[in-house]
Design a protein around this ligand. Structure first.
Ligand SMILES: [Zn+2]
Ligand SMILES: [Zn+2]
Length: 429
């Protein structure tokens, strides 16, 4: 193939027609669950003032420090392509006075996000996320419900053996004590840490717990655990969250070193993944989130507790493909009309209209004359039933229905066609 002059920017990808079905399926599954729990959808702009992210996510995080796409507009505004979904939703909550609505306010979103990451397998610079935020309620029952909804969505998509990793990272009362303990543990070993972590030691030691480098992981495995430093309030909150999870029989493991890469979390943090079967390798997390009781105030609003999560579409789709989950979208037709000869071609237009009126999807290749070419196309589309209108059938007002799976076919009168197809597709009425 000739090398094209223009390609997608590095790390960005087209979502081709054959991929769309995955996005549709995930959107529909998520929307169904969110609707049940009375969440309302919100769309925020792709660009925001960069400051909501530097303030909200934290100046010294990788996202803000290295991965944010920023630009200066002609009007001298400093904007960023949104790297995540929570800060924009919080900005909207404050801007539109949602505090005056009955609390909690429950919102969901679905859209593209941007991070300037090193291009590598599984990492995109434009990626898709969907998620929920519950604002205005501090009770631990919300943490548990938010987690339950995450399980619901992933189970709706057919995932099994889901496992939650959960931790509490305390709040402004108790975290400073933990930071101190962590620092006095890490400082004597600083030269053994990776260069990033040596830097983190100065600006944000908690992030060291997140490091993926082998030598850092080894040191961390002996580090003090934040759970032992929680104040009474944080301890009680975490205990209650876990009790709710027990009650719901949701499988979780306590991960004392789970911190997540954003500064705004307080108390509960969690990630969800799939428990590897024997011989399978561990896959990264599908979604993660937590409580962020200080973010609304940090962005200029009134002190408002909140909790939420975001899920990564690319990772979920990758797994759906890996598990070879059969995805049938209602958007995909299951019937195909093939025709041979000019009389059949003319009659085909009328038959297609009848299907349209009955709202039954039907595909065709009217411009093609060869039956083989038409059958090949039907095969590629994964069609269940092909209708064949040959010269003889066209004259006799008949049509052939071929079941593409079994290869069996029957010839019926054309005026019985819709009824027969509805029966086979189990369409009521
Ligand atoms: Zn490190
Ligand atoms: Zn605390």
């Amino acid at each position: 193939m000739e090398k094209p002059k223009f390609r997608t920017p590095s790390g960005m990808h087209d979502i081709l027609p054959q991929e769309q079905v995955f996005y549709q399926k995930i959107y529909q599954a998520a929307e169904k669950i969110f609707n049940f729990y009375n969440f309302e959808k919100i769309d925020t702009p792709i660009l925001e003032e960069a400051e909501i992210f530097s303030k909200g996510i934290g100046e010294s995080t990788d996202i803000v420090e290295k991965e944010m796409y920023t630009l200066r507009t002609k009007g001298r505004d400093f904007l960023a392509l949104r790297p995540e979904g929570t800060a924009p939703v919080v900005r909207a909550y404050i801007q539109h006075g949602f505090r005056t609505l009955s609390q909690p306010v429950k919102l969901w979103y679905f859209g593209p996000y941007f991070r300037y990451e090193r291009p590598q397998a599984g990492r995109s610079r434009q990626f898709w996320q969907f998620g929920i935020e519950v604002l205005g309620e501090k009770s631990p029952v919300i943490d548990a419900q938010v987690i339950l909804i995450l399980f619901d969505v992933l189970e709706e998509l057919g995932f099994e053996n889901l496992i939650l990793k959960i931790n509490s990272i305390g709040d402004e009362n108790c975290r400073p004590y933990y930071k101190k303990a962590l620092l006095s543990f890490l400082r004597p070993q600083r030269t053994s840490l990776c260069s990033d972590c040596q830097n983190r030691l100065k600006v944000n030691p908690l992030r060291i717990l997140d490091c993926k480098q082998e030598k850092c992981r080894e040191i961390i495995s002996g580090a003090p655990q934040i759970i032992n430093y929680l104040c009474e309030e944080c301890h009680r909150h975490f205990k209650e969250v876990l009790e709710f999870l027990d009650e719901l029989k949701l499988p979780y493991i306590l991960d004392p070193y789970l911190v997540r890469g954003l500064d705004y979390y307080t108390k509960t943090v969690f990630e969800i993944g799939i428990e590897p079967k024997e011989g399978e390798s561990q896959v990264g997390s599908l979604a993660g989130g937590g409580r962020y009781d200080k973010l609304v105030k940090l962005l200029g609003g009134v002190d408002t507790p909140a909790c939420g999560w975001a899920a990564g579409m690319e990772r979920i789709i990758e797994l759906m493909k890996l598990k070879k989950k059969k995805i049938f979208s209602p958007a995909c037709p299951q019937v195909f009309l093939a025709q041979i000869g000019s009389l059949a071609k003319r009659k085909s237009l009328k038959i297609l209209e009848e299907f349209r009126k009955e709202k039954i999807k039907i595909a065709e290749s009217l411009a093609k004359d060869s039956l083989n070419a038409q059958l090949n196309r039907a095969d590629r589309l994964g069609i269940k039933y092909v209708l064949i209108l040959g010269q003889r059938e066209a004259i006799e007002d008949k049509i052939i229905i071929r079941d593409m799976e079994s290869g069996q076919q029957v010839t019926i009168k054309q005026n019985k066609l819709l009824k027969e197809i509805k029966k086979r597709l189990r369409i009521k009425k």
